[in-house]
Design a protein around this ligand. Structure first.
Ligand code: ZN
Length: 190
């Protein structure tokens, strides 16, 4: 927290661009977080063309990891790296999927999230959950799509086809909606 940082005359205003590394100095207070003394802005964490996706990612991360949660910083850093490495569209999906996974909102892609059975066939996406054909029905999630998602998340350079990319996007939007996180138009429009 930087008191008054958004005021037009604030010395810190120009430094506090999002998605940049910052070197900050502060004086510890007797209570609370103390007083910020100096900020030096370092390099940008993303290329300019990724900034909107990066802001979207930060907005989602701030909902998943609440104030006081010891988790979140490292996870968000990994997600930003995924975004930068995988490129636009697919990169944002990979990054958001990763965050949802580490936040504990997803299961693994080889087992039914309902009964736990290992599924070697097409599975289904129902109410923001991956289920086997015994447990439900809904949008088909093929073996190929599940393998592609796993590969992309581990840094593989696989470009999903338009249909699979659309399914993955729908899966992510479904999970976000289920948990009351609004997706912006930039995410819906992918
Ligand atoms: Zn099942």
């Amino acid at each position: 927290m930087v008191r008054g940082a958004r005021r037009p005359k604030s010395d810190f205003r120009a430094c506090l661009e999002p998605l940049h590394t910052l070197q900050i100095s502060w004086r510890c207070g007797r209570t609370g977080m103390g007083t910020l003394v100096d900020i030096q802005r370092g390099q940008s964490l993303l290329q300019p063309s990724f900034l909107l996706d990066g802001l979207e990612l930060l907005a989602i991360a701030s909902r998943l990891f609440q104030e006081g949660d010891p988790h979140g910083f490292g996870e968000t850093t990994v997600a930003l790296t995924l975004l930068a490495e995988q490129g636009q569209q697919q990169g944002l999906m990979a990054a958001v999927w990763y965050l949802l996974d580490v936040a504990g909102w997803l299961g693994d892609l080889s087992h039914c999230w309902q009964c736990g059975r290992e599924a070697e066939q097409t599975m289904f996406w129902q109410h923001a959950r991956l289920v086997c054909d015994d447990c439900g029905q809904g949008m088909p999630v093929s073996v190929g799509l599940r393998k592609s998602i796993t590969a992309v998340l581990s840094g593989g350079h696989i470009l999903l086809g338009a249909a699979d990319a659309g399914r993955w996007r729908d899966m992510i939007s479904g999970v976000l909606n289920e948990h009351g996180i609004k997706v912006t138009d930039s995410f819906k429009g992918m």
